[in-house]
Design a protein around this ligand. Structure first.
Ligand code: FES
Length: 99
């Protein structure tokens, strides 16, 4: 086992779990679509994979979806009740081109 620094400037985990209505899940709130849109923006801006947008299959807060967990240099934050409408503002905050 080797220990090394995290190879990304930031990691954004988007829950894409979809329980198809059997139980509450981020799939009820377009988690997959939010993930795809954030990944698309990160790639379009040349930030991926330095800033990695990854999908998670459950972050344990299923009734609060869609959930996003962000880990960056200054620590971690959690976004709940995200919607596709929130994506542009989220992208402006986290997916900005840095010199
Ligand atoms: S389904 Fe998204 S946190 Fe569990």
């Amino acid at each position: 086992m080797d220990l090394e620094p995290i190879p990304y400037d930031m990691q954004i985990f988007v829950c894409t779990n979809d329980r198809k209505g059997e139980k509450p899940s981020c799939g009820d709130h377009q988690g997959e679509e939010i993930f795809k849109e954030l990944r698309r923006i990160a790639k379009e801006r040349g930030l991926h994979p330095r800033i990695r947008v990854a999908q998670a299959k459950c972050l344990g807060q299923c009734a609060q979806g869609a959930n996003i967990m962000v880990y960056g240099p200054s620590g971690g934050v959690w976004y709940k009740q995200m919607t596709l409408d929130d994506v542009p503002a989220f992208a402006e905050k986290y997916l900005t081109v840095k010199p």
